[in-house]
Design a protein around this ligand. Structure first.
Ligand code: AMP
Length: 115
């Protein structure tokens, strides 16, 4: 067995974290290094999936639940509009291999990241 991820350790109460919302299968955690006025991570309670490609193939309903919780948090804590980002692989900046979505909201400026 590998060590539990940092997110699992927060969920179990082993280390502190600011959990702002949860459902049966998903929770939302304030990012410790925020990159936007609202920066929350939406995370499945299971750490079965390392990244979004594994999750989409293995449990697309769970992926949809993550999007739903992202929307709920962005509505409750910002204006309901948000950027959803999955770093996928170390070369793309992924550092925690327990799938999670970054939810960025608040004053993001008018420009998107691409285009
Ligand atoms: P990624 O680089 O896409 O794997 O994202 C991992 C994210 O987890 C980063 O944005 C970190 O700031 C965040 N993070 C790491 N440790 C913690 C923690 N203890 N509490 C909250 N967020 C964390």
């Amino acid at each position: 067995m590998s060590e539990p991820s940092v997110f699992t350790r927060i969920l179990s109460g082993e280390i502190p974290g600011d959990i702002v919302a949860e459902t049966d299968r998903v929770f939302a955690l304030t990012d410790i290094h925020p990159q936007a006025p609202l920066h929350v991570l939406v995370i499945p309670k299971t750490e079965e999936f390392r990244d979004v490609t594994e999750l989409a193939a293995g449990d697309p309903t769970l992926l949809a639940e993550m999007v739903g919780l992202a929307r709920e948090v962005a509505t409750r804590h910002a204006d309901g509009e948000f950027r959803l980002l999955f770093n996928t692989g170390p070369g793309a900046g992924q550092t925690v291999f327990h799938v999670h979505a970054h939810v960025l909201a608040g004053d993001l400026g008018e420009k998107s990241l691409v285009g």
